[in-house]
Design a protein around this ligand. Structure first.
Ligand SMILES: Nc1ncnc2c1ncn2[C@@H]1O[C@H](COP(=O)(O)OP(=O)(O)O)[C@@H](O)[C@H]1O
Ligand code: SF4
Ligand SMILES: [Mg+2]
Length: 343
């Protein structure tokens, strides 16, 4: 099927009620250096079978948003100060701890960047996987061991049966990341959040692990939130993108529309800074300057000190998310001009 047709078919069959609906989430860190406003009114949704990429430079609040959703925020110093996190219509932030713990793992799970610190170093990978089945599904020891090996095969660990007794440090980085994917998907969750799942890997291994994750996502029809600072990674796997800057979503769009013509100067800057094969030898247009300190976010548009398009209004008035097109929004006073220049 043609890519556009495939997208249209997927759009028709997706349910209307989002699996996850994050609404106006606020998170701050209260530290000796002041209050860092890490997440400032983030709203996003993910439907079953859909992949949302969350993109932004380091420190933009991508991981903190995910931690608040999963209930694993480092608190204190982190505090959720507002918003809702609706999972199938139920607010994770206000439900009882016991119920939330049961959802986590079984219905919602997370893949981290660093498998070595996320996995238990003193337990064989087969035993760690088997434990998920015996604890959550009440399987016998023998059955859970067999399921563990099956899952290792599913993520294409060569000689899975022989290697089930090995410890995390005995695997290569890429294989360890596959094991973490196996752990996250073992109980067939409805939603998976993958936080920079391939950032620590070599480029060639990155592509293999990302392809595997995308394949499993389609097969299980899970909702996937893919957090990354690398635009190159998301083009082939995501349906939609939310671009974050200084704890806010500054642009959200279907992935093809965003690549074709960004409606926010920050997105345009990010697009300009991906290395492309056809641009070999040319200088990369990295965005000038640094993201703001979250204890002292600039007035007006937070991006204004770095923005090549900034006008007086940008230093005084904070742009809301303007509707640009169905399913598209941009927090820029000059989104029209930006879009026109890109198209
Ligand atoms: N444990 C913490 N203690 C204090 N501040 C934190 C902590 N974790 C995150 N922050 C603050 O939140 C900001 C956003 O962090 P994060 O969400 O991890 O960024 P990223 O977009 O790179 O994932 C950081 O720049 C920092 O100011
Ligand atoms: S609102 Fe102004 S400063 Fe902000 S991105 Fe748009 S043009 Fe740039
Ligand atoms: Mg992060």
């Amino acid at each position: 099927m043609h890519e556009a047709q495939e997208a249209a078919a997927a759009a028709v069959t997706l349910p209307d009620v989002p699996l996850l609906d994050v609404r106006d989430l606020h998170v701050e860190f209260r530290t000796r250096d002041g209050v860092a406003k890490a997440v400032n009114g983030v709203s996003y949704g993910v439907r079953a079978g859909e992949t949302l990429a969350v993109l932004g430079e380091s420190g933009s609040g991508k991981s903190v948003t995910a931690q608040a959703v999963m209930g694993i925020l480092d608190s204190p110093p982190g505090h959720v100060t507002g918003g809702e996190v609706l999972f199938r219509g139920e607010d994770l932030l206000t439900m009882g701890g016991e119920r939330r713990r049961r959802l986590r793992g079984a219905k919602l799970s997370m893949i981290f960047q660093d498998a070595l610190s996320a996995l238990n170093p003193v337990m064989s990978v087969g035993a760690q996987l088997a434990e998920m089945y015996s604890v959550h599904d009440g399987m016998t020891r023998k059955d859970s061991r067999a399921k563990a090996v099956q899952m290792m095969e599913r993520v294409r660990i060569p000689a899975a049966k022989e290697r089930a007794g090995d410890y995390p440090h005995q695997f290569s980085g890429g294989m360890r990341q596959r094991i973490m994917i196996a752990m996250a998907l073992a109980l067939e969750p409805d939603l998976v959040i993958a936080d920079e799942p391939t950032t620590a890997l070599d480029v060639t291994v990155q592509a293999q692990v990302m392809d595997l994750l995308a394949e499993l996502q389609r097969e299980y029809r899970m909702g996937l939130i893919l957090i990354t600072h690398d635009l190159g990674v998301v083009a082939d796997v995501a349906d939609r993108i939310a671009v974050m800057y200084a704890g806010r979503i500054v642009e959200t769009a279907p992935v093809h529309a965003l690549y074709a013509a960004p409606a926010h100067p920050y997105t345009a800057g990010l697009l300009g800074s991906i290395p492309r094969l056809d641009h070999k030898g040319k200088e990369l247009h990295a965005i000038k300057g640094l993201p703001p300190s979250l204890t002292d976010i600039p007035a007006g548009c937070p991006f204004n000190p770095r923005c090549p398009r900034a006008q007086a209004i940008c230093r005084t008035d904070r742009p809301p998310l303007f509707d640009v097109a169905p399913g598209r929004a941009s927090a820029c006073h000059f989104w029209k001009e930006t879009l026109d220049d890109a198209g």
